[in-house]
Ligand binder design. Sequence first.
Ligand code: TXA
Ligand code: MG
Length: 318
Amino acid sequence: MQMLSNPTTDDIEKAAKALIDGYLVAFPTETVYGLGADATNEKAVSRVYSVKGRPTDHPLIVHISSINQLGEWAIDIPEYAINLAKVFWPGPMTLILKRSKLAKDFITGGQENIGLRVPNKPIALALLKRFEKLSGYGIAAPSANRFGAVSPTTASAVNDELGAYLSDQDLILDGQQCEIGVESTIIDCTMISPKILRPGAVTSPMIESATGLELSEDHAKNQIRFPGFFKSHYSPKAKVSIGECALIGEGHIAMSNYKSLEGVVRLASPVTVEEFAKNFYAALRAGDQMGLSKIVVTPPEGGGLALAIRDRLYKASS
Ligand code: TXA
Ligand code: MG
């Protein structure tokens, strides 16, 4: 595997060609790093599953460069989904839509639906545009971590997770730390009104105001139910627990106004919820690197992005 830091136009070209040739390219998005493959190449996609150690009934999100590619992958798109795409793409939002013939079972896990996203990150968009110029249709990219582990928000975290499983011709594009830090909001758009399957930076009030519709379920109850859903996810090696204070020798992640007891390893003290999201996964990784056996997280309060953090935290701790 080769790591390309601050990729130039030539590097992007090389990466797009590698994808066309069936190799894997890990790349940054504004949420987390993805492990990319040509979404129409069954062999390349099957390598994504084996490199991640992920069950094959767990569908992949296909990344496209703009709303104009939506019609290639999806059919019977409801008007509210078009509105969402217009308002929030490029951005941290994945739409679940009825699949076109292009979306094969090896992408959707055999489901009739497909997840689509336009990421808001210059490197990712440049790669997608270059790939489409070379006659590619879309890049399938799950988070670039081993199945069940913490999503990577830096290229070196991708290397730690997957370096040992990648081949010589696979690439990692290094584009610094992801700005948002938690995965995209996933919205099921296959019914009369939208439904959040995974909370993220595009929040319920944002969706309701963009569509003029009420969401079909309140996500606050943490009721995510979609194929391949596993409760334990986003987990570091350390045991994660939700609480107010950590004991001596344990790790602690909390907003800066929470003090830790003496002897506790403070892993992050974000001032804002945005900062919490951005550094959360890196802080969990840091705890693992220090060999901590337990990390206590004091969750941020409120809706929006705080809800997305609590969703990941709940799964990391179960
Ligand atoms: O922010 C993100 O969404 C990142 C970046 C790389 O774009 N990607 C990401 O992918 O988080 P992944 O595979 O780690 O998580 C996507 C989740 C999976 O749990 C999968 O089951 C669900 O989305 N998903 C994908 N396609 C789906 C579909 N057609 N129907 C229902 N769920 C789907
Ligand atoms: Mg993932």
